[in-house]
Design a binder for this molecule. Sequence first.
Ligand code: UD1
Ligand code: MG
Length: 424
Amino acid sequence: MAARKRASAPQSVKEPSPKEIDKTHQIKSPVTDDPPIAPPKSGFIFKLILFFSIPYLYLIFYHYKIDLELRRSIIINAGLSLVGFFVTLRMIPVASRYVIRRNLFGYDINKRGTPQGAVKVPESLGIVVGISFLVLAIVFQYFNFTSDSNWLVEYNAALASICFMTLLGFVDDVLDVPWRVKLLLPSFAALPLLMAYAGHTTIIIPKPLIPYLGMDVLDLGWIYKLYMGLLAVFCTNSINIHAGLNGLEVGQTVVIAFAILVHNVMQIGASTDPEYKQAHAFSIYLVQPLLATSLGLLAYNWYPSSVFVGDTYTYFAGMTMAVVGILGHFSETLLIFFFPQVLNFLLSLPQLFGFIACPRHRLPRFDPQTGLLTGTNDGTLVNFFLRIFGRKTEKSLCTYLLVFQGVFCCFCFLLRYLLAGWYK
Ligand code: UD1
Ligand code: MG
Protein backbone atom coordinates (compact mmCIF):
# COMPACT_ATOMS: atom_id res chain seq x y z
CA MET A 1 0.00 0.00 0.00
CA ALA A 2 2.81 2.31 0.89
CA ALA A 3 4.41 2.36 -2.56
CA ARG A 4 1.22 3.84 -3.96
CA LYS A 5 1.01 6.26 -1.07
CA ARG A 6 4.58 7.37 -1.65
CA ALA A 7 3.78 8.20 -5.27
CA SER A 8 1.01 10.51 -4.16
CA ALA A 9 2.96 12.07 -1.32
CA PRO A 10 1.48 15.50 -0.75
CA GLN A 11 3.45 18.71 -0.84
CA SER A 12 3.56 19.19 2.91
CA VAL A 13 6.37 16.64 3.24
CA LYS A 14 9.04 18.37 1.21
CA GLU A 15 11.73 16.29 -0.54
CA PRO A 16 15.15 17.58 0.55
CA SER A 17 17.36 19.07 -2.13
CA PRO A 18 20.90 17.60 -2.32
CA LYS A 19 22.22 20.63 -0.43
CA GLU A 20 19.74 20.10 2.34
CA ILE A 21 20.52 16.41 2.78
CA ASP A 22 23.48 17.06 5.09
CA LYS A 23 21.28 19.25 7.24
CA THR A 24 18.47 16.68 7.41
CA HIS A 25 20.95 14.05 8.60
CA GLN A 26 21.60 16.22 11.63
CA ILE A 27 17.93 16.42 12.52
CA LYS A 28 17.38 14.38 15.68
CA SER A 29 13.60 14.14 15.79
CA PRO A 30 11.30 13.58 12.82
CA VAL A 31 9.74 16.92 11.96
CA THR A 32 6.78 17.02 9.59
CA ASP A 33 4.01 19.53 9.05
CA ASP A 34 1.52 16.93 10.22
CA PRO A 35 -0.13 17.35 13.63
CA PRO A 36 0.63 14.65 16.25
CA ILE A 37 -1.80 11.72 16.36
CA ALA A 38 -4.84 11.85 18.63
CA PRO A 39 -4.28 10.58 22.21
CA PRO A 40 -5.07 6.91 23.00
CA LYS A 41 -8.64 5.94 23.93
CA SER A 42 -7.47 5.09 27.46
CA GLY A 43 -10.91 4.91 29.10
CA PHE A 44 -12.14 2.35 26.58
CA ILE A 45 -8.97 0.25 26.87
CA PHE A 46 -9.05 0.40 30.67
CA LYS A 47 -12.61 -1.00 30.64
CA LEU A 48 -11.52 -3.74 28.23
CA ILE A 49 -8.56 -4.67 30.46
CA LEU A 50 -10.90 -4.97 33.46
CA PHE A 51 -13.34 -7.02 31.39
CA PHE A 52 -10.59 -9.48 30.43
CA SER A 53 -8.52 -9.60 33.60
CA ILE A 54 -11.26 -10.19 36.22
CA PRO A 55 -12.48 -13.58 34.86
CA TYR A 56 -8.95 -14.54 33.86
CA LEU A 57 -7.47 -13.91 37.31
CA TYR A 58 -10.44 -15.68 38.88
CA LEU A 59 -9.70 -18.80 36.80
CA ILE A 60 -5.98 -18.75 37.62
CA PHE A 61 -6.16 -17.96 41.33
CA TYR A 62 -9.43 -19.45 42.55
CA HIS A 63 -11.19 -21.76 40.16
CA TYR A 64 -8.33 -24.08 39.24
CA LYS A 65 -5.57 -25.52 41.39
CA ILE A 66 -2.58 -24.63 39.22
CA ASP A 67 0.91 -25.75 40.41
CA LEU A 68 2.76 -22.95 42.14
CA GLU A 69 5.73 -23.16 39.78
CA LEU A 70 3.54 -22.87 36.70
CA ARG A 71 1.46 -20.09 38.23
CA ARG A 72 4.64 -18.19 39.06
CA SER A 73 5.79 -18.35 35.42
CA ILE A 74 2.36 -17.22 34.20
CA ILE A 75 2.40 -14.25 36.59
CA ILE A 76 5.94 -13.21 35.60
CA ASN A 77 4.90 -13.41 31.96
CA ALA A 78 1.77 -11.34 32.73
CA GLY A 79 3.94 -8.72 34.48
CA LEU A 80 6.24 -8.50 31.45
CA SER A 81 3.18 -8.27 29.20
CA LEU A 82 1.93 -5.30 31.21
CA VAL A 83 5.27 -3.59 30.63
CA GLY A 84 4.84 -4.42 26.93
CA PHE A 85 1.41 -2.76 26.99
CA PHE A 86 2.80 0.51 28.37
CA VAL A 87 5.82 0.47 26.05
CA THR A 88 3.52 -0.03 23.04
CA LEU A 89 1.25 2.77 24.24
CA ARG A 90 4.23 5.09 24.66
CA MET A 91 6.05 4.18 21.44
CA ILE A 92 3.18 4.36 18.94
CA PRO A 93 3.08 8.19 18.78
CA VAL A 94 6.88 8.25 18.37
CA ALA A 95 6.87 5.61 15.62
CA SER A 96 3.91 7.40 13.95
CA ARG A 97 6.04 10.50 13.42
CA TYR A 98 8.75 8.40 11.79
CA VAL A 99 6.45 6.47 9.44
CA ILE A 100 4.67 9.67 8.38
CA ARG A 101 8.06 11.22 7.64
CA ARG A 102 8.73 8.25 5.36
CA ASN A 103 5.33 8.75 3.67
CA LEU A 104 4.04 5.48 5.07
CA PHE A 105 0.43 6.44 5.58
CA GLY A 106 -3.07 5.70 4.32
CA TYR A 107 -6.36 7.52 3.94
CA ASP A 108 -9.37 6.28 5.85
CA ILE A 109 -11.57 4.94 3.07
CA ASN A 110 -14.72 4.72 5.20
CA LYS A 111 -14.55 8.47 5.88
CA ARG A 112 -14.03 9.56 2.27
CA GLY A 113 -15.86 12.82 1.59
CA THR A 114 -15.50 14.10 5.17
CA PRO A 115 -12.59 16.16 6.63
CA GLN A 116 -11.41 13.02 8.47
CA GLY A 117 -11.05 11.23 5.15
CA ALA A 118 -8.35 13.70 4.06
CA VAL A 119 -6.15 13.12 7.12
CA LYS A 120 -2.94 11.14 6.59
CA VAL A 121 -3.19 8.17 8.96
CA PRO A 122 0.21 6.60 9.84
CA GLU A 123 0.39 3.03 8.54
CA SER A 124 2.16 -0.19 9.68
CA LEU A 125 2.14 0.57 13.41
CA GLY A 126 2.02 -3.18 13.93
CA ILE A 127 5.81 -2.91 13.80
CA VAL A 128 5.77 -1.43 17.33
CA VAL A 129 3.67 -4.33 18.60
CA GLY A 130 5.89 -6.86 16.84
CA ILE A 131 9.09 -5.45 18.31
CA SER A 132 7.69 -5.06 21.86
CA PHE A 133 6.32 -8.59 21.70
CA LEU A 134 9.59 -10.10 20.51
CA VAL A 135 11.71 -8.27 23.09
CA LEU A 136 9.59 -9.43 26.00
CA ALA A 137 9.17 -12.96 24.66
CA ILE A 138 12.96 -13.20 24.38
CA VAL A 139 13.54 -11.72 27.86
CA PHE A 140 10.97 -14.09 29.36
CA GLN A 141 13.23 -17.08 28.62
CA TYR A 142 15.55 -15.83 31.34
CA PHE A 143 12.83 -16.33 33.95
CA ASN A 144 11.44 -19.61 32.75
CA PHE A 145 13.87 -21.86 30.97
CA THR A 146 16.95 -23.69 32.16
CA SER A 147 19.72 -24.22 29.61
CA ASP A 148 18.77 -27.89 29.13
CA SER A 149 15.08 -27.12 28.64
CA ASN A 150 13.58 -29.10 25.77
CA TRP A 151 11.23 -26.22 25.10
CA LEU A 152 14.02 -23.81 24.21
CA VAL A 153 14.43 -25.09 20.65
CA GLU A 154 10.75 -24.93 19.77
CA TYR A 155 10.23 -21.65 21.63
CA ASN A 156 13.04 -19.98 19.71
CA ALA A 157 11.92 -21.53 16.42
CA ALA A 158 8.44 -20.10 17.12
CA LEU A 159 9.96 -16.68 17.78
CA ALA A 160 12.02 -16.93 14.57
CA SER A 161 8.85 -17.64 12.56
CA ILE A 162 6.96 -14.75 14.21
CA CYS A 163 9.93 -12.42 13.63
CA PHE A 164 10.28 -13.51 9.97
CA MET A 165 6.55 -12.97 9.47
CA THR A 166 6.70 -9.47 10.98
CA LEU A 167 9.57 -8.63 8.64
CA LEU A 168 7.69 -9.93 5.59
CA GLY A 169 4.56 -8.04 6.69
CA PHE A 170 6.56 -4.85 6.89
CA VAL A 171 8.09 -5.57 3.47
CA ASP A 172 4.54 -5.98 2.14
CA ASP A 173 3.49 -2.64 3.65
CA VAL A 174 6.43 -0.87 2.09
CA LEU A 175 6.43 -2.59 -1.32
CA ASP A 176 2.70 -3.43 -1.65
CA VAL A 177 3.27 -6.89 -3.15
CA PRO A 178 0.50 -8.50 -5.26
CA TRP A 179 -1.93 -10.52 -3.18
CA ARG A 180 -1.01 -13.86 -4.79
CA VAL A 181 2.54 -13.33 -3.49
CA LYS A 182 1.14 -12.16 -0.15
CA LEU A 183 -0.64 -15.47 0.13
CA LEU A 184 2.69 -17.31 -0.02
CA LEU A 185 4.70 -15.15 2.41
CA PRO A 186 3.53 -17.01 5.56
CA SER A 187 4.70 -20.34 4.18
CA PHE A 188 8.27 -18.98 4.11
CA ALA A 189 7.90 -17.49 7.56
CA ALA A 190 6.67 -20.81 8.96
CA LEU A 191 9.87 -22.61 7.82
CA PRO A 192 11.92 -22.08 11.03
CA LEU A 193 9.15 -23.71 13.06
CA LEU A 194 8.55 -26.54 10.59
CA MET A 195 12.26 -27.38 10.39
CA ALA A 196 12.80 -27.33 14.16
CA TYR A 197 9.59 -29.14 15.07
CA ALA A 198 10.46 -32.42 16.76
CA GLY A 199 7.12 -33.05 18.46
CA HIS A 200 4.77 -35.85 17.57
CA THR A 201 3.16 -36.00 14.14
CA THR A 202 0.24 -38.15 15.23
CA ILE A 203 -3.42 -37.26 15.54
CA ILE A 204 -5.92 -38.86 17.90
CA ILE A 205 -8.79 -40.35 15.91
CA PRO A 206 -12.21 -39.13 17.16
CA LYS A 207 -13.91 -41.95 19.10
CA PRO A 208 -16.92 -42.28 16.73
CA LEU A 209 -14.50 -42.95 13.82
CA ILE A 210 -12.31 -45.57 15.57
CA PRO A 211 -14.51 -48.59 14.57
CA TYR A 212 -14.34 -47.56 10.89
CA LEU A 213 -10.60 -46.83 10.78
CA GLY A 214 -9.52 -49.62 13.11
CA MET A 215 -6.99 -47.44 14.99
CA ASP A 216 -7.11 -44.79 17.68
CA VAL A 217 -3.94 -42.91 16.72
CA LEU A 218 -2.74 -42.08 13.20
CA ASP A 219 0.81 -40.99 12.38
CA LEU A 220 0.62 -38.41 9.58
CA GLY A 221 4.40 -37.98 9.20
CA TRP A 222 5.31 -35.19 6.75
CA ILE A 223 1.60 -34.49 6.06
CA TYR A 224 1.38 -33.17 9.62
CA LYS A 225 4.09 -30.61 8.81
CA LEU A 226 2.25 -29.68 5.63
CA TYR A 227 -0.87 -29.15 7.73
CA MET A 228 1.14 -26.90 10.11
CA GLY A 229 2.33 -24.81 7.16
CA LEU A 230 -1.19 -24.50 5.75
CA LEU A 231 -2.53 -23.47 9.16
CA ALA A 232 0.04 -20.66 9.28
CA VAL A 233 -0.94 -19.51 5.78
CA PHE A 234 -4.62 -19.58 6.70
CA CYS A 235 -4.39 -17.80 10.08
CA THR A 236 -2.27 -14.95 8.75
CA ASN A 237 -4.22 -14.31 5.55
CA SER A 238 -7.63 -14.78 7.13
CA ILE A 239 -6.94 -12.04 9.69
CA ASN A 240 -5.59 -9.81 6.93
CA ILE A 241 -8.66 -10.10 4.69
CA HIS A 242 -11.19 -9.67 7.52
CA ALA A 243 -10.28 -5.99 7.70
CA GLY A 244 -10.94 -2.46 6.57
CA LEU A 245 -12.98 -1.14 9.53
CA ASN A 246 -11.35 0.87 12.31
CA GLY A 247 -10.38 -1.55 15.09
CA LEU A 248 -11.38 -4.75 13.28
CA GLU A 249 -7.90 -6.22 12.66
CA VAL A 250 -6.74 -5.71 16.25
CA GLY A 251 -10.20 -6.28 17.77
CA GLN A 252 -10.57 -9.78 16.31
CA THR A 253 -7.07 -10.66 17.52
CA VAL A 254 -7.87 -9.41 21.03
CA VAL A 255 -11.07 -11.50 21.19
CA ILE A 256 -9.41 -14.68 19.87
CA ALA A 257 -6.31 -14.20 22.06
CA PHE A 258 -8.49 -13.92 25.16
CA ALA A 259 -10.40 -17.07 24.18
CA ILE A 260 -7.09 -18.92 23.68
CA LEU A 261 -5.92 -17.83 27.15
CA VAL A 262 -9.12 -19.04 28.80
CA HIS A 263 -8.90 -22.33 26.90
CA ASN A 264 -5.27 -22.82 27.99
CA VAL A 265 -6.02 -22.14 31.65
CA MET A 266 -9.01 -24.51 31.54
CA GLN A 267 -6.87 -27.27 30.01
CA ILE A 268 -4.07 -26.79 32.52
CA GLY A 269 -6.57 -26.77 35.39
CA ALA A 270 -8.30 -29.95 34.22
CA SER A 271 -5.21 -32.02 33.39
CA THR A 272 -2.72 -34.02 35.43
CA ASP A 273 -0.32 -34.75 32.55
CA PRO A 274 2.78 -32.49 32.96
CA GLU A 275 3.60 -32.52 29.23
CA TYR A 276 0.05 -31.51 28.30
CA LYS A 277 0.14 -28.71 30.86
CA GLN A 278 3.49 -27.50 29.52
CA ALA A 279 2.10 -27.34 25.97
CA HIS A 280 -0.72 -25.06 27.14
CA ALA A 281 1.58 -23.01 29.39
CA PHE A 282 3.81 -22.49 26.35
CA SER A 283 0.82 -21.03 24.54
CA ILE A 284 0.03 -18.71 27.47
CA TYR A 285 3.63 -17.37 27.45
CA LEU A 286 3.14 -16.18 23.87
CA VAL A 287 -0.52 -15.15 23.96
CA GLN A 288 -0.38 -12.95 27.07
CA PRO A 289 2.20 -10.64 25.43
CA LEU A 290 0.20 -10.75 22.18
CA LEU A 291 -2.97 -9.65 23.98
CA ALA A 292 -1.26 -6.93 26.04
CA THR A 293 0.65 -5.32 23.18
CA SER A 294 -2.41 -5.57 20.90
CA LEU A 295 -4.48 -3.69 23.49
CA GLY A 296 -1.83 -0.94 23.39
CA LEU A 297 -2.33 -0.73 19.61
CA LEU A 298 -6.11 -0.90 19.88
CA ALA A 299 -6.02 2.26 22.03
CA TYR A 300 -5.01 4.14 18.86
CA ASN A 301 -6.67 1.97 16.23
CA TRP A 302 -10.21 1.91 17.69
CA TYR A 303 -12.74 4.16 15.96
CA PRO A 304 -11.81 6.83 14.90
CA SER A 305 -8.38 5.33 14.10
CA SER A 306 -5.41 7.59 14.59
CA VAL A 307 -3.07 4.86 13.27
CA PHE A 308 -3.42 1.89 10.90
CA VAL A 309 -1.95 -1.46 11.84
CA GLY A 310 -0.69 -2.52 8.40
CA ASP A 311 -0.05 -6.02 7.12
CA THR A 312 2.87 -6.06 9.56
CA TYR A 313 0.35 -6.51 12.36
CA THR A 314 -2.15 -8.83 10.65
CA TYR A 315 0.62 -11.25 9.62
CA PHE A 316 2.36 -11.02 12.98
CA ALA A 317 -0.85 -11.70 14.95
CA GLY A 318 -2.00 -14.51 12.63
CA MET A 319 1.39 -16.23 12.79
CA THR A 320 1.57 -15.96 16.59
CA MET A 321 -1.84 -17.59 16.97
CA ALA A 322 -0.99 -20.30 14.41
CA VAL A 323 2.26 -21.06 16.22
CA VAL A 324 0.58 -21.46 19.62
CA GLY A 325 -2.19 -23.59 18.09
CA ILE A 326 0.45 -25.88 16.53
CA LEU A 327 2.78 -26.18 19.51
CA GLY A 328 -0.05 -26.24 22.04
CA HIS A 329 -1.74 -29.01 19.99
CA PHE A 330 -5.17 -27.34 19.90
CA SER A 331 -5.45 -26.39 16.23
CA GLU A 332 -9.02 -27.78 15.93
CA THR A 333 -10.17 -25.52 18.78
CA LEU A 334 -8.27 -22.62 17.19
CA LEU A 335 -10.11 -23.14 13.92
CA ILE A 336 -13.47 -22.89 15.73
CA PHE A 337 -12.32 -19.63 17.35
CA PHE A 338 -11.51 -18.56 13.78
CA PHE A 339 -15.01 -19.38 12.51
CA PRO A 340 -15.84 -15.79 11.35
CA GLN A 341 -12.51 -15.74 9.49
CA VAL A 342 -13.35 -19.12 7.89
CA LEU A 343 -16.74 -17.70 6.85
CA ASN A 344 -15.10 -14.56 5.45
CA PHE A 345 -12.60 -16.72 3.56
CA LEU A 346 -15.38 -18.85 2.03
CA LEU A 347 -17.30 -15.71 1.00
CA SER A 348 -14.07 -14.36 -0.52
CA LEU A 349 -13.16 -17.47 -2.54
CA PRO A 350 -14.83 -16.41 -5.85
CA GLN A 351 -12.95 -13.10 -5.81
CA LEU A 352 -9.68 -14.51 -4.47
CA PHE A 353 -9.55 -17.13 -7.22
CA GLY A 354 -10.49 -14.67 -9.94
CA PHE A 355 -13.97 -16.00 -10.86
CA ILE A 356 -15.32 -12.54 -10.03
CA ALA A 357 -13.32 -9.30 -10.34
CA CYS A 358 -11.46 -8.44 -7.14
CA PRO A 359 -10.89 -4.71 -6.53
CA ARG A 360 -7.92 -3.50 -4.45
CA HIS A 361 -10.25 -2.70 -1.54
CA ARG A 362 -13.40 -4.73 -0.93
CA LEU A 363 -15.00 -2.28 1.46
CA PRO A 364 -18.61 -1.09 1.96
CA ARG A 365 -19.88 2.18 0.41
CA PHE A 366 -19.70 5.17 2.74
CA ASP A 367 -22.30 7.93 2.64
CA PRO A 368 -20.72 11.16 3.96
CA GLN A 369 -24.18 12.74 4.43
CA THR A 370 -25.50 10.14 6.89
CA GLY A 371 -22.19 8.64 8.06
CA LEU A 372 -23.60 5.16 7.33
CA LEU A 373 -22.02 2.22 5.49
CA THR A 374 -23.93 0.22 2.88
CA GLY A 375 -22.96 -3.32 1.87
CA THR A 376 -21.57 -3.86 -1.63
CA ASN A 377 -21.50 -7.07 -3.66
CA ASP A 378 -17.90 -7.82 -2.68
CA GLY A 379 -17.75 -11.16 -0.90
CA THR A 380 -16.73 -10.26 2.65
CA LEU A 381 -18.30 -10.83 6.04
CA VAL A 382 -18.37 -7.04 6.51
CA ASN A 383 -20.58 -6.60 3.44
CA PHE A 384 -22.61 -9.70 4.29
CA PHE A 385 -23.42 -8.25 7.74
CA LEU A 386 -24.48 -4.95 6.21
CA ARG A 387 -26.72 -6.68 3.70
CA ILE A 388 -28.39 -8.72 6.47
CA PHE A 389 -28.64 -6.17 9.28
CA GLY A 390 -28.96 -3.01 7.19
CA ARG A 391 -26.88 0.17 7.06
CA LYS A 392 -24.64 0.87 10.05
CA THR A 393 -22.01 3.27 11.28
CA GLU A 394 -18.44 2.00 11.06
CA LYS A 395 -18.13 1.80 14.84
CA SER A 396 -21.33 -0.17 15.42
CA LEU A 397 -20.59 -2.53 12.52
CA CYS A 398 -17.14 -3.27 13.96
CA THR A 399 -18.68 -3.84 17.41
CA TYR A 400 -21.25 -6.24 15.91
CA LEU A 401 -18.50 -8.21 14.17
CA LEU A 402 -16.42 -8.44 17.34
CA VAL A 403 -19.44 -9.60 19.37
CA PHE A 404 -20.06 -12.21 16.66
CA GLN A 405 -16.44 -13.33 17.08
CA GLY A 406 -16.92 -13.53 20.85
CA VAL A 407 -20.15 -15.53 20.47
CA PHE A 408 -18.30 -18.10 18.37
CA CYS A 409 -15.56 -18.39 20.95
CA CYS A 410 -18.25 -19.08 23.61
CA PHE A 411 -19.89 -21.56 21.23
CA CYS A 412 -16.55 -23.35 20.90
CA PHE A 413 -16.32 -23.73 24.70
CA LEU A 414 -19.89 -25.08 24.76
CA LEU A 415 -19.11 -27.53 21.95
CA ARG A 416 -16.00 -28.79 23.76
CA TYR A 417 -18.07 -29.22 26.92
CA LEU A 418 -20.85 -31.13 25.13
CA LEU A 419 -18.50 -33.35 23.15
CA ALA A 420 -16.08 -34.08 26.03
CA GLY A 421 -15.65 -37.84 26.46
CA TRP A 422 -17.70 -38.64 23.35
CA TYR A 423 -15.51 -37.08 20.61
CA LYS A 424 -11.98 -37.73 21.99
C1 UD1 B 1 -7.13 -6.38 2.62
C2 UD1 B 1 -8.39 -6.73 1.81
C3 UD1 B 1 -9.00 -5.48 1.20
C4 UD1 B 1 -9.30 -4.46 2.29
C5 UD1 B 1 -8.01 -4.15 3.06
C6 UD1 B 1 -8.33 -3.22 4.22
C7 UD1 B 1 -8.79 -8.72 0.48
C8 UD1 B 1 -8.31 -9.60 -0.62
N1 UD1 B 1 -8.01 -7.66 0.76
O1 UD1 B 1 -6.17 -5.96 1.67
O2 UD1 B 1 -10.19 -5.82 0.53
O3 UD1 B 1 -9.79 -3.27 1.71
O4 UD1 B 1 -7.46 -5.39 3.58
O5 UD1 B 1 -7.40 -3.27 5.23
O6 UD1 B 1 -9.81 -8.98 1.08
N2 UD1 B 1 -8.10 1.04 5.67
C9 UD1 B 1 -9.16 1.84 6.02
N3 UD1 B 1 -9.73 1.68 7.26
C10 UD1 B 1 -9.26 0.76 8.15
C11 UD1 B 1 -8.19 -0.07 7.78
C12 UD1 B 1 -7.62 0.10 6.54
O7 UD1 B 1 -9.60 2.68 5.26
O8 UD1 B 1 -9.80 0.67 9.27
C13 UD1 B 1 -7.49 1.24 4.36
C14 UD1 B 1 -6.43 2.36 4.42
O9 UD1 B 1 -6.44 3.06 3.22
C15 UD1 B 1 -5.14 1.58 4.60
C16 UD1 B 1 -5.43 0.35 3.78
O10 UD1 B 1 -6.81 0.06 3.96
O11 UD1 B 1 -4.03 2.29 4.14
C17 UD1 B 1 -4.62 -0.83 4.20
O12 UD1 B 1 -4.89 -1.85 3.32
P1 UD1 B 1 -3.94 -3.13 3.26
O13 UD1 B 1 -3.83 -3.74 4.61
O14 UD1 B 1 -2.68 -2.81 2.57
O15 UD1 B 1 -4.84 -4.05 2.34
P2 UD1 B 1 -4.67 -5.60 2.07
O16 UD1 B 1 -4.26 -6.30 3.30
O17 UD1 B 1 -3.85 -5.82 0.86
MG1 MG C 1 -3.95 -5.67 5.32
